[in-house]
Design a protein around this ligand. Structure first.
Ligand SMILES: Cc1ncc(COP(=O)(O)O)c(C=O)c1O
Length: 368
């Protein structure tokens, strides 16, 4: 593709950080993982940060930490990557899929409230594409009904709501470090929380059930856990990128602003609504178009790697078949987003000329 959907930001300093790990001979999780976690914690101002092998596992760990299992209900927006609902179903819980607002693609407030039952243990909403959830609403609802908020912020590192970073607002937030994300370690994830007890439980769970903070020679296994660690080698990649995170976010905001100015006058293309009182981190830049498949194919034929926004889970065979997965009504907001959302190329280092080529091709595709 002449203009790819994304290009990970991989500064030269990464090889130096990796070389340090190789020189130490300590390739599994260790000091570099701790340094990476500290840099994230400092950036977000989150008390506890746990690096894990990926975001999907991180969501599963977060749900297990609050005791989610068979008999519990977890509420998930229908428009998201399947990983969100999968992580909840893997715990043995039931999932209720609810609609999203067709303008924001974020969980629909009315549908969410209507889906709450006595069995609702967790709401698992998604801060999507870098656009954060409306936490004023979510926290009010949490207070009324008493559920946990486990936020899937796979795409939203760097986003803010009400002057606070995503990662400090929910009971537990989980980010992805996949290469399409702002900061990447290849595969990887980050769990954040301000709750000491939950953090301690999750720390143990990601280390085979080992008691945290016990000396190496006196390991104590107090519970059953898995191996969900992020290695020093992976952490070295993320650590090198963290030095530039503010610069990367500023650049993405400027690229998005330019896209919006160029796209606004094009009839046949509309822009999603952004959350008020928030900072969008623009992991993905999405527009809505009619005949999305046709437009996407035209762009691709010109070497522009456009992509669908995300999935409407209730249309997917796995969720249709799953007895523990349910929903009511047509979920029309999610279907709209699934059929009309189009992700355009956006990456750090993208030039004005590249953006103009994307927009010109888009304009031609929607008018022809
Ligand atoms: C909303 C959402 N949740 C979860 C995931 C899964 O992330 P990971 O690949 O790190 O497991 C993704 C992947 O992009 C995602 O978009």
């Amino acid at each position: 593709m002449k203009i790819p959907l994304m290009k990970p930001y991989l500064p030269g300093t990464i090889s130096k950080e990796i070389q340090k790990v190789l020189d130490s001979g300590f390739l599994t999780e260790g000091r570099t993982t701790r340094k990476f976690e500290e840099s994230i914690s400092e950036f977000l101002r989150a008390k506890y940060v746990l690096a894990v092998c990926n975001c999907t596992a991180g969501i599963e760990i977060a749900l297990r930490a609050i005791g989610v299992g068979p008999g519990d209900q977890v509420i998930v927006p229908d428009f998201t990557y399947p990983a969100t609902a999968n992580a909840a179903l893997i715990t043995g819980a039931s999932v209720t899929l609810v609609d999203v607002n067709p303008h924001t693609m974020l969980i629909d407030h009315k549908d969410l409230e209507a889906a709450i039952t006595d069995n609702t243990r967790a709401v698992l909403p998604v801060s999507l594409f870098g656009n954060p959830l409306d936490f004023e609403f979510l926290l009010r609802l949490k207070e009324r009904y008493g559920f946990y908020i486990i936020e899937d912020a796979a795409c939203s590192l760097g986003a803010m709501y009400g002057g606070r970073h995503v990662g400090t607002l929910a009971d537990i937030t989980v980010f992805s470090l996949h290469p399409r994300k702002l900061i990447t370690t290849g595969e990887g994830g980050l769990i954040t929380t301000n709750d000491r007890v939950l953090a301690k439980w999750m720390d143990s769970y990601r280390h085979f059930g080992m008691e945290p903070d016990c000396a190496d020679h006196r390991r104590l296994f107090n519970s059953i856990g898995g191996n969900y660690k992020l290695s020093n080698v992976q952490a070295a990649i993320g650590l090198a990128q963290m030095t530039d995170i503010e610069k990367l976010l500023k650049e993405r905001a400027a690229l998005a602003k330019r896209y919006k100015a160029m796209i606004a006058p094009i009839s046949g293309v509309s822009l999603p609504r952004e959350t008020d009182n928030a900072f969008h981190s623009y992991q993905t830049f999405v527009v809505f178009v009619e005949q999305r498949e046709r437009v996407m194919q035209i762009l691709r034929r010109q070497g522009i790697e456009a992509q669908i926004g995300s999935y409407s889970l209730h249309t997917q065979p796995a969720f249709k078949r799953e007895a523990r997965c349910n929903w009511k009504g047509t979920l029309s907001g999610s279907l709209y987003a699934y059929q009309h959302s189009l992700a355009l190329p956006l990456y750090n280092g993208m030039t004005r000329k590249e953006q103009e080529s994307v927009v010109n091709a888009l304009k031609e595709a929607v008018t022809c």
